[in-house]
Ligand binder design. Structure first.
Ligand SMILES: [Mg+2]
Length: 494
């Protein structure tokens, strides 16, 4: 996830959301190496909107304020039963459909690396073989210093790398102080909105899903290249990486053939996408048609890309699985802002069209674009027959799909984390492929814990999700679970 500055304001974005960007302000000009070293990063003012989100978050509390059921002994208890919920929502990418990470991660790396080389970055480092062991979900970039870091739940730096080289404990303390804390990450711990957009977003980038995890290696190698001549006092590699991401993911590029990434997927979908298991599809039908649950799909992808991937993974009639489909949803703002308009979608042209007047009610079995949770909830609760429906949301992005819907929209959430597979969790036969080389890292250690320290992501899973599962397949047979955070079993470093 990261942010994109446009017209002096900040928009919520992550890689998924990049699929709908309408245009960008980035030059494709090639830089000289001197320019690459000497460009400085401006600190921008926060927008009113961001300040509003901060206030919302503060009014809801910080990371530590999510409440759980407590037993008489004071021990946290958990109860999960999917039939308790009236409305059930799903993320699409890496939730209802999976990617072949063994193929997709190298493709992403190559696209980004090629983009930097077109901007003048030397090829010697960037063209080295892809080191998957350097990648891990949840790593954080210190963009100015060119460092990649891993944080614990208190914002303490557990590990850090610069230009693919480990930074020693002594050096971490020299750079970040004896408490090993960085002001941007400390702000993130207090309130993720402090760094999602605004001045700290210029310094700190969080790599939260399989669309963005190759960035840690791309940035490290670009930094190492710059260091070979005259290391800059402040790096500006991130801006060039962001420009490369726009080349890859801008939604217009899906149709016009200018994205190396989209073209690869369109030309060879079976190489990059996995078919969702038929049991999952039948389970969705049962929840909607037999059990009478109101089902919705909520994705940051534009309708063009969502239709491409969902048609492959879920079948041509994928939209029929849901009572409502919302594309281009701009999570997490979708869950936070209650006055965002919906837009119509032309299903023939597969594009967003005009804004829907606020006086017009949404309809069932219709695909929309953008919008907000409060309006969608008004539609879906009609099916539930209750004015206060219980809602569950299932997704893999721990900020957008877990923390924010739980914190701001009063939803329960199920977190998806394929990293459980490398932690001794049994693999169901329906899960035909696991990607341990992508989801494990001897360099960074466990996604959940390092030695005795819980990572920031493990902390979010515990505080904001009802349960955490490796893939959606595990939810199909799970009707009820008592007093457990993970299913089918906790990761070995739990
Ligand atoms: Mg996702």
């Amino acid at each position: 996830m990261f942010t994109f500055r446009k017209n002096n304001s900040y928009l919520f974005l992550n890689l998924e959301n990049l699929l709908f960007i309408t245009r960008n302000n980035y030059s494709t000009t090639q830089h000289t190496t001197t320019e690459l070293r000497n460009r400085r990063v401006p600190i921008q003012q926060t927008s009113n909107w961001i300040n509003q989100q901060k206030q919302n978050f503060q009014s809801h509390g910080n990371f530590s304020c999510r409440k759980r059921n407590m037993s008489s002994s004071g021990k946290t208890t958990q109860h999960f039963n999917i039939f308790d919920y009236d409305i059930i929502g799903f993320d699409l990418d890496c939730t209802l459909l999976r990617y072949n990470l063994q193929e997709m991660i190298p493709l992403e790396y190559t696209c980004l690396s090629n983009s930097l080389q077109r901007k003048g970055y030397p090829s010697d480092k960037l063209n080295q073989p892809l080191n998957l062991d350097f990648l891990q979900k949840g790593l954080i970039l210190d963009a100015f210093k060119g460092n990649v870091i891993k944080l614990d739940k208190n914002g303490t730096i557990l590990k850090a790398f610069h230009g693919e080289a480990a930074i020693s404990d002594e050096e971490i303390e020299r750079i970040y102080g004896s408490e090993r804390k960085w002001i941007a990450s400390s702000e993130f711990i207090k309130n993720p909105m402090n760094t999602w957009n605004g001045p700290y977003a210029e310094q700190m980038r969080t790599l939260l899903d399989y669309f963005d995890i190759p960035i840690s290696l791309v940035m490290s190698r670009a930094v190492a290249s710059l260091n070979q001549t005259n290391p800059p006092s402040e790096y500006r590699v991130w801006d060039d990486i962001l420009a490369g991401l726009f080349e890859m993911y801008k939604r217009e590029n899906f149709h016009d053939g200018s994205s190396e990434y989209f073209e690869a997927l369109k030309n060879n979908p079976e190489k990059y996408l996995l078919k969702t298991d038929p049991k999952v599809i039948e389970w969705l039908k049962d929840l909607k048609e037999v059990k009478g649950k109101a089902l919705f799909l909520l994705t940051g992808s534009d309708i063009s890309f969502a239709n491409f991937t969902a048609s492959y993974a879920l079948g041509e009639n994928w939209r029929d699985l849901f009572d409502s489909v919302v594309c281009y949803a701009k999570k997490p703002g979708f869950f936070v802002e209650n006055d965002r308009p919906f837009f119509r979608v032309d299903l023939e042209k597969l594009e967003e069209t005009e804004e829907i007047p606020r006086s017009e009610r949404l309809k069932y079995h219709t695909t929309y674009s953008q919008g907000c949770w409060s309006t969608l909830k008004d539609l879906l609760k009609e099916k539930s027959g209750t004015s206060e429906p219980k809602t569950l949301y299932v997704g893999d992005n721990l900020i957008q799909d877990v923390l924010c819907p739980a914190r701001f929209a009063n939803m329960d959430t199920v977190a998806i984390s394929e990293e459980m597979f490398v932690e001794g969790v049994p693999v169901k036969k329906e899960v035909k492929t696991v990607y341990n080389s992508v989801t494990s890292s001897s360099i960074w250690g466990s996604f959940y814990k390092l030695d005795d320290s819980e990572t920031i992501w493990y902390d979010i899973i515990k505080k904001y999700s009802k349960i955490c599962i490796p893939t959606i397949d595990y939810l199909v047979d799970l009707k009820q679970l008592e007093d457990a955070q993970f299913y089918p079993s906790p990761p070995k470093t739990n």
